[in-house]
Unconditional design. Structure first.
Length: 185
C-alpha cells in the first residue's frame, strides 16, 4: 500500500494504457496535466478504499514465504510500485465485485507487462479477490481464500520493446521539457 498518492512527474505501470493509447483525447489531456503537476486527481470511491485496505490482507492470505510488500522501482521517470513480490515472482492484487466475473482487462495486462519489465522479475500473477457489499462496509472481515483467483500473466517482450519503450522515452523527454506530446508513429 503506497502512501503517497502524488502521480506527478513520474509514469507508473498503471499509466501504461495512456502511454500506448490515443494521445488526442480529453482523458489523455487531463492525465498529462496531472503528470506535469498542474492538476490533481482526487477521485476516490468505496471500492477503491476497500481495495487499498484489503490489499495486504489478501497478500497475507497467500501465505508466501519471503513475500515483500510495496516494493518500488525507479528508472528515470518510470516509477513502478509492486503490491507484493518475492525475488522470483510478482503478485498484483486486484479487487472486484464478487457478484461479477473477473476478467483481466487490457489495462491490467499492460500494467503487468511494465511491472515485469521494470523489476526484471518475469513471473507475475494477478491476485483477484471478489469483494461483497459487507466487505466494503466492514474492513475487519477475514479473507475468504475461496474467493482468491490467481491468474498467470506471461511476459511479452515484443510489446515492451516495440510499443511501450519508444512511447515512454518520448513522453519522458516531453515531461522533462514541460511540453505537450505530439502523436508519434
Amino acid at each position: 500500500m503506497i502512501e503517497s498518492k502524488d502521480r506527478s512527474f513520474y509514469f507508473g505501470a498503471s499509466d501504461t494504457s495512456y502511454i500506448v493509447g490515443n494521445w488526442q483525447t480529453k482523458s489523455f489531456e487531463k492525465w498529462w496535466l496531472i503528470k506535469l503537476g498542474i492538476a490533481r486527481n482526487t477521485f476516490v470511491n468505496e471500492s477503491m478504499i476497500a481495495g487499498t485496505i484489503y490489499e495486504h490482507k489478501i497478500l497475507d492470505a497467500l501465505e508466501i514465504k519471503d513475500l515483500k510488500y510495496d516494493s518500488q522501482i525507479i528508472i528515470d521517470r518510470l516509477r513502478v510500485n509492486l503490491d507484493g513480490n518475492t525475488d522470483t515472482c510478482i503478485y498484483e492484487v486486484k479487487t472486484y465485485n464478487y457478484e461479477k466475473e473477473f476478467k483481466v482487462s487490457k489495462q491490467y495486462w499492460r500494467q503487468a507487462q511494465v511491472e515485469m519489465y521494470a523489476s526484471k522479475i518475469f513471473s507475475l500473477y494477478i491476485i483477484a479477490y471478489g469483494l461483497n457489499q459487507n466487505d466494503k462496509k466492514n474492513f475487519f472481515n477475514k479473507i475468504d481464500k475461496d474467493r482468491i483467483k490467481k491468474i498467470k500473466i506471461e511476459y511479452d517482450e515484443d510489446f515492451i520493446i516495440n510499443e511501450y519503450l519508444p512511447k515512454l522515452n518520448y513522453l519522458t523527454n516531453c515531461l522533462k521539457k514541460g511540453e505537450y506530446p505530439k502523436e508519434i508513429k
